[in-house]
Design a protein around this ligand. Structure first.
Ligand SMILES: [Zn+2]
Length: 348
């Protein structure tokens, strides 16, 4: 790697070098022939560096700087961006590039990493290992790509502290079962049982009419008061919702933050109504539980093949389950992810 464009007497002499092992999660062009690579490094999480000359065909860095490749690198600390000075390929996942569906899923992992990587730097090693394992599985495993993706989504959400609640109602904490299962609520990060969902609806429609009215003395007010208590008290779980409309929990009085979050949550529910709720059938719910279990086993180095015997019978519910989880992730990220759009148009 040449430094011909740098003031060599100064920078190279005083600048420290350091090494990283990282998976590339995105690139964009810089100048005429360089490329800025966004990577997730095992040693420090999300990081950006310049790959000089990477956009000239045939140069060493042009292939190595492609998304999803894992490299071991030496970098020179730069004034604003570090510069890759040596790069050795660790893994290129060649088989991924031959399968558009699997490639799309893996690029979705990369997109997720760009979106959420900032919150994972303390857990960088664990996330890096899981991400590279998951890309590897997407490349090599004979299992259904949508299921592999769901496993990865669960792992990511767990590390972000956004683990969705699948076992009990997020409002009343009653255990969920096929008969009381209602909807997945993006805002609350889990399932509501049917009675709680109905309470919430009633409260949302009433809050539209008379928001300041104290909840007493009218028909149905007990239910409303009860649901108010549910949504004031137990729901606001700061760990589950790191960013809500610009408020970052933990930087001020926690009680104030909780109140603010509660108010935002109520206002948003009143405004958005049903938008944050997705109705889920028991089959889809079970599919989610299966993927979560499988994801947890994978954290311990085990695979859940025994669980997946009837996987091929569940194609439709599997894809519905994935849509629920992707919707939740997009809701939390406040943005859409594009890598999977392509799949919608692929012949199945
Ligand atoms: Zn409930």
């Amino acid at each position: 790697m040449k430094f011909s464009t740098l003031p060599i007497f100064f920078d190279v002499y005083i600048l420290a070098t350091f090494s990283l092992t990282a998976v590339n999660v995105g690139t964009f062009p810089l100048g005429e022939s360089d490329r800025i690579v966004t990577m997730f490094a095992r040693e420090r999480g999300l990081h950006r560096a310049v790959a000089k000359g990477a956009r000239k065909p045939g140069t060493k860095l042009s292939g190595k700087s492609e998304p999803l490749n894992i490299n071991r690198m030496l970098l020179a600390k730069g004034r604003s961006l570090d510069i890759i000075t040596q790069c050795e390929s660790v893994e290129t996942f060649g088989s991924l590039r031959k399968d558009l569906q699997r490639l799309s899923y893996a690029l979705y992992y990369a997109e997720l990493t760009q979106a959420f990587g900032q919150g994972l730097s303390e857990d960088a090693m664990r996330y890096f290992d899981r991400l590279s394992l998951s890309i590897g599985l997407m490349a090599e495993s004979p299992r259904e790509p949508a299921f592999l993706c769901l496993e990865f989504e669960f792992a990511l959400l767990e590390m972000l502290g956004l683990r969705p609640e699948l076992d009990m109602c997020v409002a009343c904490r009653e255990p969920l079962h096929e008969q009381n299962l209602s909807s997945f609520n993006h805002d609350l990060g889990g399932f509501l049982c049917r009675p709680c969902y109905q309470l919430m609806r009633r409260r949302a429609s009433q809050s539209g009419e008379s928001r300041q009215e104290p909840d007493s003395g009218h028909d149905g007010s007990m239910a409303v008061a009860e649901s108010q208590a549910l949504f004031d008290g137990k729901i606001v779980d700061l760990k589950r919702r790191p960013v809500v409309e610009g408020i970052e929990p933990g930087h001020e009085n926690e009680r104030d933050t909780q109140l603010a979050l509660g108010n935002i949550s109520r206002r948003r529910e009143a405004i958005e109504g049903e938008r944050a709720n997705v109705f889920v059938t028991p089959v889809v719910w079970k599919q989610l539980i299966l993927a979560r279990t499988s994801s947890e086993l994978l954290n311990n180095g085990l695979t859940a093949d025994a669980l997946l015997d009837n996987e091929h019978n569940q194609g439709k519910s599997l894809h519905s389950a994935r849509r629920v989880m992707q919707g939740y992730i997009e809701y939390k990220a406040g943005r859409r992810f594009k890598a999977l759009d392509l799949l919608a148009n692929l012949p199945s």
